[in-house]
Design a protein around this ligand. Structure first.
Ligand SMILES: [Zn+2]
Length: 97
């Protein structure tokens, strides 16, 4: 998964996500196939810091900085940023990446 090609909202190709996260696959499935995600990732993608910390297990809590970097740099902004955007994405709205 480290060599996946992604495109930004502007259509630029993003290469080489180097983040190695326990829930990386779950995030990929959410982005690529709009698969619903668990409470921790939902809070993360909703940009809800307090809930993200509250729902993280110890492993994920210790990696929150990398999660945030991954979402910021590697996940198309149409897929995350607010509860409304996450719900819209799961309903199939918004541009495909
Ligand atoms: Zn990444």
């Amino acid at each position: 998964m480290g060599d996946q090609i992604r495109r930004t909202d502007n259509g630029e190709v993003m290469l080489g996500c180097s983040h190695t996260l326990p829930l990386h696959d779950a995030i990929d499935q959410y982005v690529d196939a709009r698969v619903p995600i668990g409470g921790f990732l939902t809070a993360l993608l909703e940009n809800n810091l307090v809930e993200t910390f509250g729902r993280a297990d110890s492993t994920n809590e210790s990696m929150l900085r990398e999660y945030v970097e991954h979402v910021y740099w590697c996940v198309p902004s149409t897929c995350w940023g607010s509860p409304e955007k996450v719900q819209a994405w799961l309903r199939g709205e918004g541009m495909a990446s």
